[in-house]
Design a protein around this ligand. Structure first.
Ligand code: FNR
Length: 388
């Protein structure tokens, strides 16, 4: 409806509606360091390409002359009803992209009732995001600190500020080989203006003061950032057994992000997890990792009745969302496109991208002949590989 109103008023959209030129528009408008950080994948970007190719290989077989209005895009996840099956993926260091930062994206999500996921690497605090989007659903993504006291503090602040589910990212215990950042000496976590989630944490501040003779993170930005990164990129020291620690401090749903194998999905069930996000981090970690859509069906078949399977990596259109849901995901997350929108035009830009994606989803469902998300089934898709 937002887009249609604009079209009727003969207004040009503030952000291109063309998924193929969004990146180009962002490149023209954004600071180089920020753009490079978003656009980059690991290695030669083979996994980024694979994510898109996997979507292209599945084709929708539409039905006609079926009642498709009014359409209901809602889904229920962990007992909570969401108006749409799309969530904002956690994306850190948003000050590199636009001064509206995470607060702007959270507000854009709130306008469209898209659940927002706040990253541990965010540069807006729990308190700021909660104040900016008090009514809308909010989840928290944890880069799991080495220090249990800091972990407990982050989880308590998330809970106190109305964040209802915990996403634990497991594929990024350190940053991968990312040429876009390496070749430009782009150190995004240091270029950002200090990590607000970290720097604002009372336990982190106390520990930093102890190790720096009473210093504050603001006075010693570089040293504090290095300490914070060392904490949250916790290396390979974690095991499945450690998930108990999180349960001690978090009584809501726990979702593991970065699952790509049936074996790990089954271990998530065994360890009492509530959900998983089938994700390759948008192709930013292992170059050569399998596309998420290529493993989604087997993971859904193995564990889909035991926990909530969601997915991300490569979602660019409404048809992509239809395909992922038809293959069994309960909801999907989107990353880069929204952040390009933020870079192009702040909160309004992020909102325009999300509104476009949702309008495209709504139209595609209607044209496919479905009225609700529950009607999206694997039988409406065919996998076809065109050669050449
Ligand atoms: C990310 N992603 C990410 N994931 C996470 O768990 N914590 C984080 O702080 C970040 N930060 C981040 C920054 C940027 C610039 C990007 C592009 C991505 C990964 C993100 O949550 C998601 O998995 C991918 O973005 C999904 O792929 P698409 O939609 O970008 O193709």
């Amino acid at each position: 409806a937002v887009l249609q109103k604009g079209l009727l008023a003969n207004e040009l959209p503030i952000v291109t509606t063309n998924p193929n030129t969004l990146e180009e528009q962002a490149k023209k408008k954004m600071p180089k360091a920020g753009f490079d950080y978003i656009v980059g994948g690991a290695g030669e970007a083979a996994t980024m390409d694979a994510n898109r190719l996997a979507f292209r290989q599945w084709k929708i077989v539409p039905r006609v002359l079926k009642p498709t209005t009014p359409r209901d895009l809602s889904v229920t996840i962990f007992g909570q009803k969401f108006d749409v099956p799309l969530l904002m993926a956690p994306v850190g260091v948003n000050s590199l992209f636009h001064p509206d930062k995470e607060i702007g994206v959270a507000q854009a999500c709130a306008e469209l009732r898209v659940p927002f996921t706040l990253s541990t690497a965010a540069e807006s605090t729990f308190e700021q995001v909660a104040a900016a989007a008090p009514e809308s659903p909010k989840w928290f993504q944890l880069y799991w600190p080495n220090d249990e006291e800091i972990t407990a503090s982050l989880l308590k602040r998330a809970k106190d500020n109305g964040f209802t589910a915990l996403v634990v990212t497991l594929d990024t215990w350190t940053l991968a080989w990312r040429p876009y950042d390496l070749d430009t000496a782009n150190v995004p976590f240091l270029l950002g203006q200090g990590d607000a989630i970290g720097f604002s944490d009372p336990v982190f501040r106390r520990k930093f003061a102890e190790m720096s003779d009473g210093g504050t993170p603001e006075e010693n930005t570089l040293q504090a950032a290095v300490y914070w990164i060392g904490e949250t990129f916790s290396g390979t020291s974690r095991s499945w057994e450690d998930l108990k620690i999180l349960k001690k401090y978090w009584d809501g749903p726990i979702i593991l992000k970065g699952i790509l194998s049936v074996e790990d999905a089954e271990l998530a069930v065994e360890h009492g997890m509530d959900g998983i996000i089938v994700s390759n981090h948008g192709g930013r970690q292992i170059d050569g990792a399998i596309a998420t859509l290529d493993v989604l069906p087997e993971i859904v078949d193995a564990v889909g009745s035991k926990l909530t399977v969601m997915m991300d990596s490569g979602i660019r259109t409404g048809a992509d969302i239809v395909k992922a849901l038809a293959l069994g995901a309960k909801a999907v997350f989107v990353g880069r496109p929204v952040v390009y929108g933020l870079g192009i035009n702040g909160k309004e830009g992020a909102e325009a991208v999300l509104a476009g994606l949702l309008a495209d989803l709504d139209l595609t469902m209607g044209f496919a002949g479905v009225k609700s998300i529950a009607e999206l089934k694997r039988s409406m898709l065919r996998k076809i590989q065109h050669s050449g």
